[in-house]
Design a protein around this ligand. Structure first.
Ligand code: HEC
Length: 190
């Protein structure tokens, strides 16, 4: 009787470790692109990306001759974990969020020469890496990414309706680097 009780106790204890382990595993399974992608695949701009993400790089947008210099800046950001993943494997991990912020610019004569700095935000482009084809019927998803543009005054609701019509053709030149202009982002280079 005594050994039976002991055995039973052992089985119970082992069982609770197993159950506990499963619950722990489920608790720690990370949701996909949390806070950015809804269950139906709607994308919103990640909050606090300017402080929480790292900057991949920036593009200076030259104006015509009569604008006297740069007219804007595009600044591109990603989570540090995405940068770490890319530097290890050479590709963006599933769930990577890329943000391109469009800044209007002011060009002035400084001690360095003619220089352009960021002023107001004109809008945001967001791409979210999806290696699993999660939203096959959603026109904002395909070719390995989710795609959305946001006007500066509404970062929760995209104005993009179809990435194939509104994004893809312009990103085709970067097809060999997963549709991202990654050569311009120094932190991704080893
Ligand atoms: C007129 C062409 C054009 C269109 C349309 C366009 N893109 Fe881009 N996109 C570019 C180019 C070129 C770059 C890199 C150079 C730059 O920003 O000036 C870029 C960069 C980006 C980046 C930064 C990462 C990268 O690929 O280098 C994101 C994010 C992005 N675009 C998202 C989008 C989304 C989402 C759409 C559709 C809603 C879109 N783009 C539509 C041309 C375009």
């Amino acid at each position: 009787m005594k050994t039976f009780v002991l055995k039973l106790a052992t089985v119970l204890a082992f069982g609770s470790v197993l159950v506990g382990g499963m619950a722990y595993g489920q608790m720690t399974a990370k949701p996909y692109a949390e806070g950015v992608v809804s269950d139906s695949g709607a994308i919103q701009l990640p909050e606090n990306f300017r402080t929480d993400y790292v900057m991949l790089g920036a593009w200076s947008v030259a104006g015509d001759a009569d604008t006297g210099g740069g007219v804007g800046l595009h600044v591109v950001y990603a989570p540090r974990s995405a940068v770490d993943g890319y530097r290890k494997t050479g590709s963006f991990p599933d769930g990577t969020v890329l943000v391109k912020e469009l800044f209007n610019g002011k060009t002035e004569s400084l001690t360095t020469g003619e220089a352009t700095s960021a002023t107001t935000t004109a809008g945001y482009f967001v791409m979210v890496k999806d290696t699993k084809g999660r939203f096959p019927d959603n026109a904002l998803w395909g070719d390995g990414w989710g795609w959305s543009f946001f006007n500066a005054d509404n970062t929760k609701q995209t104005v993009t309706t179809d990435f194939r019509a509104e994004c893809l053709a312009c990103h085709e030149p970067a097809r060999s680097s997963d549709l991202v202009y990654s050569y311009a982002y120094p932190v991704l280079q080893k």
